[in-house]
Design a protein around this ligand. Structure first.
Ligand code: NAP
Length: 342
């Protein structure tokens, strides 16, 4: 194991802000991870596990502990009746995995195409898009307890998934080393989102003959139009979670904002697209703090021109949170994780 010191984290994240990691190591297998955990324990270091760095904002002061970069790769398919079980190392690219499954004609994660980040990060926030969530196909997760250094297998129930969250996100006690998904051979396209149905129609894809790869192309076309490319524009994607409120609260809001969209979720709750509130209630699409601003094509996404500091990101976050609370009484939460002291 090679422990490095004072490693800049900025270029290891898609938001491209922040300071250095006091200590840093990359792990390529479970025994290297065990070694890194022992090192952190022996030196009383806090741990942060870095995957693709696509959903984090690192503080300008950096991270005063051990950053473990997860580089556990590998992907294994096991055919079974009607489909396959696929197990992938946590360091694999999520989108690379999606592509590999579609090339085998497997259905299940095509709607989750083009989401940046690693396989290991996917269960942490139960990634979801266009009516599909990771939990729908997840079979099990293998993870290490940071405290005891022991490995444990979690079945879907033990992951306690919820909207963009999980046991792993809530407890921050585990490091994921591999993820197993159960995928199907039978066609099962999920096309309920308005944008998907429209894009399919525009591309001339027929529902009866639709392949998972055509579905992937459809999702990618929509995402490319609406979202910035993190390889060109610094961003962490959707910055906040879309809030869920009680139906009674939503009905009350409709009295003031009759056009406010809402999608019923669990019984009695409604999910409100936050981008709509930021744009139409707060008029903060394009709002700025320093070099950071809310993206012109999608108000839920924060970007910067290359010169922002983490303090700018934090200032803009607070302004948006403040406005949403003041105008509609909803306390919103970031979807991105803040690393280090803010
Ligand atoms: P969008 O499709 O404009 O949707 C905005 C909000 O409305 C979301 O809360 C979405 O719920 C909800 N919504 C829209 N149509 C719906 C329908 N037919 N049924 C139920 N709920 C509906 O959002 P977007 O920002 O352009 O993103 C597109 C998709 O990618 C969304 O599903 C979004 O959640 C997803 N996404 C996921 C991540 C992530 O996992 N980190 C990051 C960026 C975007 P849902 O959020 O439940 O879909």
């Amino acid at each position: 194991m090679n422990i490095l010191e004072h490693i800049p984290l900025k270029d290891l994240t898609t938001m491209r802000v922040g300071g250095t990691a006091r200590f840093f190591t990359a792990v390529r297998n479970e025994s290297e991870l065990e070694e890194a955990l022992r090192y952190a324990k022996a030196h009383s270091l806090a741990i942060f596990v870095l995957g693709g760095g696509s959903n984090i904002v690192v503080s300008d002061a950096g991270f005063n502990g051990l950053v473990i970069k997860n580089e556990i790769y590998g992907c294994e398919f096991r055919d079974e009746e009607g489909g396959a079980l696929v197990t992938a190392g946590a360091g694999e690219s999520w989108d690379g995995l999606v592509e590999a499954t579609l090339q085998r004609g497997l259905w299940g994660i095509e709607n989750l195409s083009y989401i940046p980040g690693t396989v290991g990060a996917a269960p942490v926030q139960n990634i979801g898009a266009y009516g599909v969530e990771l939990k729908d196909v997840l079979e099990r997760v293998r993870a290490y307890d940071i405290e005891t250094g022991e490995a444990r297998e979690f079945d879907r129930g033990a992951c306690t998934f919820s909207y963009r969250s999980s046991y792993f996100k809530e407890t921050k006690k585990y490091i994921i080393t591999s993820v197993t998904l159960r995928l199907k051979k039978d066609s099962m396209p999920k096309t309920d989102y308005a944008g998907i149905a429209q894009e399919l129609a525009d591309s001339g894809y027929g529902l009866e003959t639709l392949s998972p790869e055509e579905m992937r192309r459809t999702v990618i076309a929509i995402r490319k139009r609406k979202l910035p490319d993190p390889s060109e524009t610094p961003t962490a994607g959707s910055f906040f979670k879309n809030p869920e409120v009680r139906e009674t609260v939503y009905k009350k809001l409709l009295e003031t904002f009759p056009d406010m969209p809402g999608f019923p979720t669990k019984e009695g709750y409604v999910k409100i697209p936050l981008a709509w509130i930021i744009e139409h209630v707060c008029s903060m699409k394009g709002a700025r703090a320093g070099d950071a601003h809310m993206f012109e094509k999608h108000a839920l996404v924060m970007v910067h021109g290359g010169g922002a500091r983490a303090s700018d990101i934090q200032a803009l976050r607070e302004r948006i949170e403040g406005c949403v609370f003041e105008q509609v009484g909803i306390q919103i939460e970031p979807e991105v994780q803040f690393i280090g002291a803010f």
